[in-house]
Ligand binder design. Structure first.
Ligand code: UT7
Length: 329
Protein backbone atom coordinates (compact mmCIF):
# COMPACT_ATOMS: atom_id res chain seq x y z
CA UNK A 1 0.00 0.00 0.00
CA UNK A 2 1.33 3.49 -0.85
CA UNK A 3 1.93 5.60 2.24
CA UNK A 4 0.92 9.14 1.39
CA UNK A 5 1.81 10.70 4.72
CA UNK A 6 3.80 9.98 7.88
CA UNK A 7 2.27 10.42 11.33
CA UNK A 8 3.73 10.49 14.82
CA UNK A 9 2.00 7.68 16.74
CA UNK A 10 4.00 7.84 19.99
CA UNK A 11 6.27 10.21 21.90
CA UNK A 12 8.61 9.75 24.87
CA UNK A 13 11.36 11.53 26.75
CA UNK A 14 13.87 11.09 29.51
CA UNK A 15 15.96 13.44 31.64
CA UNK A 16 18.83 12.57 33.98
CA UNK A 17 17.97 12.86 37.66
CA UNK A 18 20.58 15.44 38.64
CA UNK A 19 19.44 19.05 38.36
CA UNK A 20 22.09 21.79 38.22
CA UNK A 21 20.66 25.17 39.25
CA UNK A 22 21.87 28.64 38.38
CA UNK A 23 22.63 29.20 42.06
CA UNK A 24 25.08 26.27 42.02
CA UNK A 25 26.75 27.61 38.87
CA UNK A 26 27.04 31.04 40.48
CA UNK A 27 29.08 29.45 43.28
CA UNK A 28 31.65 28.13 40.75
CA UNK A 29 31.69 30.87 38.11
CA UNK A 30 31.55 34.66 37.79
CA UNK A 31 27.82 34.67 37.02
CA UNK A 32 24.46 35.18 38.72
CA UNK A 33 21.04 33.56 38.67
CA UNK A 34 19.64 36.92 37.59
CA UNK A 35 22.01 37.20 34.56
CA UNK A 36 21.29 33.66 33.37
CA UNK A 37 17.52 33.96 33.79
CA UNK A 38 17.21 37.37 32.16
CA UNK A 39 19.55 36.62 29.20
CA UNK A 40 18.50 33.02 28.52
CA UNK A 41 15.33 32.09 30.46
CA UNK A 42 17.17 29.12 32.00
CA UNK A 43 16.77 28.33 35.72
CA UNK A 44 18.16 24.79 35.82
CA UNK A 45 19.37 22.01 33.56
CA UNK A 46 19.80 18.24 33.98
CA UNK A 47 23.23 16.62 34.00
CA UNK A 48 23.89 12.94 33.23
CA UNK A 49 25.47 10.91 36.03
CA UNK A 50 29.00 9.54 35.56
CA UNK A 51 28.65 6.49 33.30
CA UNK A 52 25.19 7.52 32.11
CA UNK A 53 25.51 7.61 28.32
CA UNK A 54 23.60 9.26 25.49
CA UNK A 55 22.30 5.81 24.50
CA UNK A 56 20.95 5.23 28.05
CA UNK A 57 18.87 8.42 27.86
CA UNK A 58 17.82 7.57 24.29
CA UNK A 59 16.65 4.05 25.20
CA UNK A 60 14.45 5.31 28.06
CA UNK A 61 12.84 7.93 25.79
CA UNK A 62 12.39 5.33 23.05
CA UNK A 63 10.73 2.84 25.42
CA UNK A 64 8.15 5.47 26.36
CA UNK A 65 7.48 6.35 22.71
CA UNK A 66 7.09 2.67 21.77
CA UNK A 67 4.78 2.09 24.72
CA UNK A 68 2.60 5.11 23.86
CA UNK A 69 2.43 3.89 20.24
CA UNK A 70 1.46 0.42 21.53
CA UNK A 71 4.18 -1.33 19.53
CA UNK A 72 7.41 -3.23 20.20
CA UNK A 73 10.86 -2.47 18.83
CA UNK A 74 10.82 -5.54 16.60
CA UNK A 75 8.17 -3.93 14.36
CA UNK A 76 10.42 -0.95 13.53
CA UNK A 77 11.85 -0.63 10.01
CA UNK A 78 14.52 1.92 10.88
CA UNK A 79 16.15 3.59 13.90
CA UNK A 80 17.51 7.12 13.55
CA UNK A 81 19.35 8.86 16.39
CA UNK A 82 20.14 12.56 16.11
CA UNK A 83 23.09 13.32 18.37
CA UNK A 84 26.22 15.45 18.61
CA UNK A 85 27.43 13.57 21.65
CA UNK A 86 27.51 9.89 20.59
CA UNK A 87 28.58 7.20 23.05
CA UNK A 88 31.51 6.25 20.80
CA UNK A 89 33.15 7.44 17.59
CA UNK A 90 31.85 4.17 16.19
CA UNK A 91 29.61 2.22 16.07
CA UNK A 92 26.73 4.66 15.88
CA UNK A 93 24.60 5.40 18.93
CA UNK A 94 21.62 4.16 16.89
CA UNK A 95 23.05 0.63 16.68
CA UNK A 96 23.80 0.73 20.42
CA UNK A 97 20.19 1.81 21.06
CA UNK A 98 18.95 -1.01 18.81
CA UNK A 99 20.94 -3.54 20.87
CA UNK A 100 19.79 -2.09 24.20
CA UNK A 101 16.16 -2.24 23.00
CA UNK A 102 16.75 -5.96 22.31
CA UNK A 103 16.07 -5.41 18.61
CA UNK A 104 19.47 -6.36 17.11
CA UNK A 105 18.22 -9.70 15.83
CA UNK A 106 15.51 -8.00 13.76
CA UNK A 107 18.16 -6.44 11.51
CA UNK A 108 16.41 -3.13 10.80
CA UNK A 109 18.84 -0.42 9.66
CA UNK A 110 20.07 2.05 12.27
CA UNK A 111 22.28 5.13 11.96
CA UNK A 112 23.05 8.49 13.50
CA UNK A 113 22.30 11.94 12.11
CA UNK A 114 24.64 14.81 13.00
CA UNK A 115 23.08 18.23 12.53
CA UNK A 116 23.68 19.47 16.08
CA UNK A 117 20.64 21.35 17.49
CA UNK A 118 18.70 20.88 14.23
CA UNK A 119 19.44 17.13 14.27
CA UNK A 120 16.01 15.95 15.37
CA UNK A 121 14.27 17.97 12.62
CA UNK A 122 16.75 16.59 10.07
CA UNK A 123 16.07 13.02 11.27
CA UNK A 124 12.31 13.57 11.27
CA UNK A 125 12.50 14.91 7.72
CA UNK A 126 14.48 11.87 6.63
CA UNK A 127 11.96 9.55 8.30
CA UNK A 128 9.11 11.32 6.52
CA UNK A 129 10.87 10.85 3.16
CA UNK A 130 11.69 7.18 3.82
CA UNK A 131 8.06 6.48 4.67
CA UNK A 132 6.51 8.39 1.78
CA UNK A 133 8.96 6.78 -0.70
CA UNK A 134 7.88 3.34 0.52
CA UNK A 135 11.34 2.44 1.91
CA UNK A 136 10.06 2.09 5.48
CA UNK A 137 6.72 1.89 7.23
CA UNK A 138 7.59 2.59 10.86
CA UNK A 139 10.60 4.53 12.14
CA UNK A 140 11.93 5.37 15.59
CA UNK A 141 13.40 8.89 15.61
CA UNK A 142 15.37 9.96 18.68
CA UNK A 143 17.16 13.16 19.67
CA UNK A 144 19.56 12.44 22.54
CA UNK A 145 22.47 14.34 24.03
CA UNK A 146 24.96 14.49 26.87
CA UNK A 147 26.03 18.08 26.11
CA UNK A 148 27.50 18.39 29.61
CA UNK A 149 30.44 16.27 28.35
CA UNK A 150 31.39 18.69 25.60
CA UNK A 151 30.94 22.06 27.32
CA UNK A 152 33.80 23.97 28.90
CA UNK A 153 32.81 24.26 32.56
CA UNK A 154 35.27 27.16 32.96
CA UNK A 155 33.53 29.23 30.25
CA UNK A 156 30.60 31.11 31.77
CA UNK A 157 29.33 32.23 28.36
CA UNK A 158 28.58 28.67 27.20
CA UNK A 159 28.42 26.23 30.12
CA UNK A 160 25.36 27.88 31.64
CA UNK A 161 23.36 27.15 28.48
CA UNK A 162 23.44 23.41 27.96
CA UNK A 163 21.79 20.34 29.49
CA UNK A 164 21.37 16.61 28.90
CA UNK A 165 18.29 14.63 27.89
CA UNK A 166 16.49 12.65 25.20
CA UNK A 167 13.21 12.71 23.32
CA UNK A 168 11.80 10.16 20.88
CA UNK A 169 8.93 9.70 18.45
CA UNK A 170 7.58 6.75 16.47
CA UNK A 171 6.64 7.76 12.93
CA UNK A 172 4.31 5.55 10.90
CA UNK A 173 2.99 5.64 7.33
CA UNK A 174 -0.64 6.44 6.65
CA UNK A 175 -2.48 5.90 3.34
CA UNK A 176 -4.41 9.15 3.96
CA UNK A 177 -2.82 12.30 2.53
CA UNK A 178 -2.73 15.58 4.45
CA UNK A 179 -2.16 13.98 7.86
CA UNK A 180 0.76 13.99 10.25
CA UNK A 181 3.91 15.60 8.84
CA UNK A 182 2.68 18.06 6.20
CA UNK A 183 6.09 19.37 5.17
CA UNK A 184 9.67 19.69 6.37
CA UNK A 185 12.20 22.38 5.42
CA UNK A 186 15.95 21.98 5.97
CA UNK A 187 18.85 24.37 5.46
CA UNK A 188 22.57 24.61 6.16
CA UNK A 189 25.25 27.25 5.72
CA UNK A 190 28.70 25.89 6.51
CA UNK A 191 30.35 29.29 6.25
CA UNK A 192 29.40 30.03 9.88
CA UNK A 193 31.48 27.24 11.46
CA UNK A 194 33.67 29.67 13.39
CA UNK A 195 30.75 31.07 15.40
CA UNK A 196 29.76 27.79 17.03
CA UNK A 197 32.00 24.73 17.05
CA UNK A 198 34.11 22.43 19.12
CA UNK A 199 37.80 23.14 19.35
CA UNK A 200 38.94 19.82 17.91
CA UNK A 201 37.74 16.39 16.93
CA UNK A 202 38.87 12.99 15.70
CA UNK A 203 40.31 14.06 12.38
CA UNK A 204 42.23 16.85 14.09
CA UNK A 205 43.72 14.17 16.33
CA UNK A 206 42.02 15.76 19.33
CA UNK A 207 39.45 14.10 21.52
CA UNK A 208 37.46 15.97 24.15
CA UNK A 209 39.86 16.74 26.99
CA UNK A 210 38.22 18.65 29.85
CA UNK A 211 41.61 19.02 31.61
CA UNK A 212 43.26 20.98 28.81
CA UNK A 213 39.95 22.44 27.61
CA UNK A 214 40.60 21.16 24.06
CA UNK A 215 37.80 19.69 21.98
CA UNK A 216 35.11 21.58 23.89
CA UNK A 217 32.29 23.82 22.67
CA UNK A 218 33.08 27.42 21.74
CA UNK A 219 30.51 30.01 20.74
CA UNK A 220 30.32 33.67 19.74
CA UNK A 221 26.90 33.82 21.34
CA UNK A 222 25.80 37.28 20.34
CA UNK A 223 26.53 36.69 16.64
CA UNK A 224 24.84 33.26 16.76
CA UNK A 225 21.83 34.87 18.40
CA UNK A 226 21.37 37.38 15.56
CA UNK A 227 21.75 34.74 12.85
CA UNK A 228 19.33 32.39 14.66
CA UNK A 229 16.61 35.03 14.88
CA UNK A 230 17.01 35.92 11.19
CA UNK A 231 17.10 32.31 9.95
CA UNK A 232 14.09 31.29 12.03
CA UNK A 233 12.01 34.23 10.79
CA UNK A 234 12.71 33.15 7.20
CA UNK A 235 11.96 29.53 8.06
CA UNK A 236 8.59 30.32 9.60
CA UNK A 237 7.57 32.31 6.51
CA UNK A 238 8.84 29.56 4.17
CA UNK A 239 6.95 26.82 6.04
CA UNK A 240 3.66 28.70 6.03
CA UNK A 241 3.98 29.70 2.36
CA UNK A 242 4.79 26.13 1.27
CA UNK A 243 1.51 24.98 2.82
CA UNK A 244 -0.61 27.97 1.76
CA UNK A 245 -1.34 28.67 5.42
CA UNK A 246 -1.72 31.84 7.44
CA UNK A 247 0.14 32.20 10.74
CA UNK A 248 -3.21 32.46 12.55
CA UNK A 249 -3.79 28.76 11.79
CA UNK A 250 -0.86 27.53 13.90
CA UNK A 251 -1.99 26.07 17.24
CA UNK A 252 1.40 25.31 18.79
CA UNK A 253 4.98 26.40 18.28
CA UNK A 254 7.36 23.68 19.49
CA UNK A 255 10.72 25.44 19.20
CA UNK A 256 14.31 24.48 19.83
CA UNK A 257 15.02 25.61 23.38
CA UNK A 258 18.22 27.64 23.09
CA UNK A 259 17.21 30.97 24.55
CA UNK A 260 13.86 32.39 25.66
CA UNK A 261 14.55 35.60 23.76
CA UNK A 262 14.98 33.71 20.46
CA UNK A 263 11.72 31.83 21.18
CA UNK A 264 9.93 35.13 21.90
CA UNK A 265 11.05 36.55 18.58
CA UNK A 266 9.80 33.49 16.61
CA UNK A 267 6.48 33.57 18.48
CA UNK A 268 6.17 37.27 17.66
CA UNK A 269 6.76 36.57 13.98
CA UNK A 270 3.88 34.07 14.16
CA UNK A 271 1.70 36.44 16.18
CA UNK A 272 1.36 33.63 18.74
CA UNK A 273 0.78 34.37 22.44
CA UNK A 274 3.32 32.62 24.69
CA UNK A 275 0.55 30.33 26.01
CA UNK A 276 0.68 28.69 22.57
CA UNK A 277 4.44 28.06 22.73
CA UNK A 278 5.79 24.91 24.37
CA UNK A 279 8.57 26.04 26.69
CA UNK A 280 11.05 23.83 28.52
CA UNK A 281 14.15 26.01 28.34
CA UNK A 282 13.65 27.17 31.94
CA UNK A 283 13.99 23.60 33.28
CA UNK A 284 16.08 21.83 30.61
CA UNK A 285 18.38 24.49 29.15
CA UNK A 286 19.59 23.79 25.63
CA UNK A 287 19.63 20.01 25.11
CA UNK A 288 20.61 20.36 21.42
CA UNK A 289 18.98 17.62 19.30
CA UNK A 290 16.87 16.47 22.26
CA UNK A 291 15.15 19.79 22.90
CA UNK A 292 12.33 19.65 20.32
CA UNK A 293 11.22 16.04 21.03
CA UNK A 294 11.47 16.70 24.80
CA UNK A 295 9.16 19.71 24.46
CA UNK A 296 6.83 17.84 22.12
CA UNK A 297 6.50 14.91 24.50
CA UNK A 298 5.77 17.19 27.45
CA UNK A 299 2.91 18.95 25.65
CA UNK A 300 1.48 15.70 24.28
CA UNK A 301 1.51 14.03 27.71
CA UNK A 302 -0.01 16.96 29.59
CA UNK A 303 -2.81 17.17 27.01
CA UNK A 304 -2.04 20.59 25.55
CA UNK A 305 -1.54 19.12 22.07
CA UNK A 306 -4.76 17.54 20.85
CA UNK A 307 -5.76 15.67 17.67
CA UNK A 308 -6.29 18.08 14.78
CA UNK A 309 -3.95 20.76 16.16
CA UNK A 310 -1.43 22.32 13.77
CA UNK A 311 2.14 22.27 15.13
CA UNK A 312 5.22 24.10 13.93
CA UNK A 313 8.49 22.51 15.06
CA UNK A 314 11.73 24.40 14.41
CA UNK A 315 15.41 24.35 15.34
CA UNK A 316 18.65 26.20 14.64
CA UNK A 317 22.16 25.12 15.49
CA UNK A 318 25.85 24.86 14.68
CA UNK A 319 26.90 24.56 11.08
CA UNK A 320 24.74 26.56 10.78
CA UNK A 321 21.94 24.06 10.27
CA UNK A 322 18.26 24.85 10.67
CA UNK A 323 14.92 23.30 9.85
CA UNK A 324 11.20 23.06 10.49
CA UNK A 325 8.37 20.54 10.37
CA UNK A 326 4.69 21.37 10.07
CA UNK A 327 2.50 18.67 11.62
CA UNK A 328 -1.26 18.09 11.73
CA UNK A 329 -1.55 16.14 15.02
O1 UT7 B 1 21.41 25.99 20.09
C1 UT7 B 1 22.36 26.46 19.20
C2 UT7 B 1 22.18 27.87 18.94
N1 UT7 B 1 22.63 28.66 20.07
C3 UT7 B 1 22.02 29.76 20.35
O2 UT7 B 1 21.04 30.07 19.72
C4 UT7 B 1 22.59 30.65 21.41
C5 UT7 B 1 22.50 32.08 20.94
N2 UT7 B 1 23.11 33.06 21.85
C6 UT7 B 1 22.60 33.36 23.06
O3 UT7 B 1 21.68 32.71 23.54
C7 UT7 B 1 23.16 34.56 23.77
O4 UT7 B 1 24.01 35.26 22.90
C8 UT7 B 1 23.91 34.22 25.09
C9 UT7 B 1 22.93 33.83 26.16
C10 UT7 B 1 24.92 33.13 24.85
C11 UT7 B 1 24.66 35.46 25.59
O5 UT7 B 1 23.74 36.54 25.78
P1 UT7 B 1 24.06 37.98 25.19
O6 UT7 B 1 22.99 38.87 25.63
O7 UT7 B 1 24.25 37.81 23.70
O8 UT7 B 1 25.39 38.38 25.90
P2 UT7 B 1 26.82 38.73 25.27
O9 UT7 B 1 27.48 37.51 24.74
O10 UT7 B 1 26.70 39.91 24.35
O11 UT7 B 1 27.60 39.20 26.58
C12 UT7 B 1 27.19 40.36 27.32
C13 UT7 B 1 28.03 40.46 28.57
C14 UT7 B 1 29.53 40.31 28.31
O12 UT7 B 1 30.22 41.20 29.18
P3 UT7 B 1 30.74 42.62 28.65
O13 UT7 B 1 31.68 42.31 27.52
O14 UT7 B 1 29.51 43.36 28.20
O15 UT7 B 1 31.40 43.20 29.86
C15 UT7 B 1 29.84 38.91 28.73
O16 UT7 B 1 31.17 38.73 29.14
O17 UT7 B 1 27.70 39.41 29.48
C16 UT7 B 1 28.87 38.72 29.89
N3 UT7 B 1 28.54 37.34 30.19
C17 UT7 B 1 28.10 36.94 31.38
N4 UT7 B 1 27.88 37.60 32.52
C18 UT7 B 1 27.43 36.91 33.57
C19 UT7 B 1 28.57 36.27 29.34
N5 UT7 B 1 28.16 35.17 30.00
C20 UT7 B 1 27.87 35.55 31.26
C21 UT7 B 1 27.39 34.87 32.40
N6 UT7 B 1 27.18 35.59 33.52
N7 UT7 B 1 27.12 33.56 32.39
Amino acid sequence: MTMRSARIIGTGSHLPERSLTNAELARQLDTTDEWIRSRTGIAERRIAAPGELTSDLAVKAAEQALSQAGITAESLDFILVATTTPDLVFPSTATIVQRKLGAGRFLMPACDIQAVCAGFIYALSLADSLIRSGSARRILVIGAETMSRVVDWQDRSTCILFGDGAGAVVVEGSPEPGQGILSTHLHADGSYEALLRTDGGISHGLLVDPTSGRGLAQMRGNEVFKQAVKALEGLVDETLAANGLDKSQIDWLVPHQANIRIIHSTAKRLGLPMERVVMTVDRHGNTSAASVPLALDEAVRDGRIQPGHLLLLEAFGAGFTWGSALIRW
